[in-house]
Write a protein that binds this ligand. Structure first.
Ligand SMILES: [Zn+2]
Length: 388
């Protein structure tokens, strides 16, 4: 039996175990950086496979890492397992299950692997940037290529995820009695409203593919007091980090103009963002070929596909990486972050897709270790696109 067939057979034999684990994670949704239950389950499952599981990697208590194999190149398979306030509406329980099953398939032929596999548990994809912390702390040092797969409502070997820039604007006005002495006050609420109006006027001038959205998190203290303090958040997204930062700078100017017009003072904070995803096409096309042998067409996504953002983008800026998406619902039946997606993330069709994707990832990882030409072309592509 060849390596691919052995990997797939091992994963089939592991199906019940990994489906039960993924279901349990789904039943215990945990927010970013608090994924204790999921990290414990995955750590135990890894140990059952004979892996030496390290916890607390990079100073993150819910991160884990294991490494196995032989001399040669190293491929990392990444797991996410955080949820959102409305549960596993992003299906990260399936990401974790697919990663674990892929690792199990590869572990089954560990003695003959022509290289090493890293199994990395990455907390807090939903707004915490766990992968960015792990990259900074060296958890991916020495790794040649990385992959993970994410459920959604379409099937693509690539995902054109956008870069992000988070901003917080705070306006400081002067409080006054809203009826008896409004002329003594300056309204921080007027400033925040004008900021949103200026941002809306500026939106027309953004490049295609950009997104800019915001909320008012503090609109004032009492209806009969001229608001002394207000606060709003913006999230700018674009195809490159550079352009997302440029949009962020424009938002700050809108806020400064509003502060000047309303006699208030503005402070801003720039919080870290995610980088855009550089989808490694050499790796994606191999993943796609394996997906087809498993009976599911998986082309490259159109570059203008509406999409979100992920800290896997940051990984793709330090090494060749892929983030294929797999369909667990049909268009219109619910997509990531929607309440309706929660049930798809714990469904028979969801688990079926998870197992298939685990096989496609494991075979792709194996090929990257076994075929020096494939890894070399992935690295050449990474180097060329990184510079551009
Ligand atoms: Zn997600």
């Amino acid at each position: 039996m060849d390596a691919h067939a052995e990997i797939c057979r091992a994963i089939d034999g592991y199906r019940d175990r990994v489906v039960a684990l993924s279901h349990e994670i789904h039943a215990h949704p945990e927010l970013k950086f608090e994924e204790q239950f999921a990290a414990d389950l995955l750590t135990r499952a890894g140990a059952e496979l004979g892996l030496d599981m390290q916890r607390g990697v990079g100073g993150l208590k819910t991160a884990f890492r294991a490494e196995f194999g032989n001399e040669g190149p190293t491929v990392a398979i990444l797991a996410e397992y955080d949820a959102l306030p409305n549960g596993h509406s992003c299906g990260h329980n399936l990401i974790a299950g697919a990663a674990l099953a892929a690792v199990q398939g590869l572990k089954s032929i560990a003695s003959r692997l022509p290289g090493r596999i890293v199994f990395l548990g990455t907390p807090a994809e939903e707004g915490g940037g766990g992968k960015i912390i792990l990259i900074d702390k060296g958890a991916l040092k020495g790794v040649d290529a990385a992959m993970m797969a994410h459920p959604t409502d379409v099937e693509f070997s690539t995902m054109p995820a956008l870069a992000t820039q988070h901003l917080k604007l705070t306006f400081h006005g002067r409080a006054a009695h809203a009826a008896a002495a409004p002329w003594d006050g300056s309204s921080a609420l007027a400033a925040v409203i004008q900021t949103f109006q200026s941002v809306d006027a500026m939106r027309l001038h953004l490049r295609d593919g950009s997104r800019l959205h915001g909320i008012i998190t503090d609109g004032g203290q009492a209806v009969n007091i001229i608001p002394e303090k207000t606060e709003c958040l913006f999230l700018a997204r674009a195809r490159t980090s550079k352009y997302a930062q440029e949009i962020g700078a424009r938002v700050i100017r809108c806020g400064e103009a509003a502060a000047m017009a309303t006699g208030t003072r503005m402070e801003h904070e720039i919080e870290g963002g995610y980088k855009n995803m550089i989808n490694n096409r050499s790796m994606a096309s191999r993943y796609s070929a394996h997906s087809e042998t498993l009976g599911v067409r998986c082309p490259e996504a159109p570059e203008d596909m509406p999409t979100g953002s992920t800290d896997m983008g940051d990984v793709s800026h330090v090494m060749p990486a892929i983030h294929p998406v797999f369909a667990i619902s049909k268009r219109g039946e619910g997509n990531c972050h929607e309440d309706a997606f929660v049930k798809h993330a714990d469904s028979e069709h969801g688990y079926q897709a998870m197992i298939r994707v685990a096989k496609a990832m494991a075979m792709t990882a194996y090929d990257l270790l076994a075929e020096p030409a494939l890894l070399a072309s992935s690295k050449q592509e990474y180097a060329a696109r990184k510079e551009s």
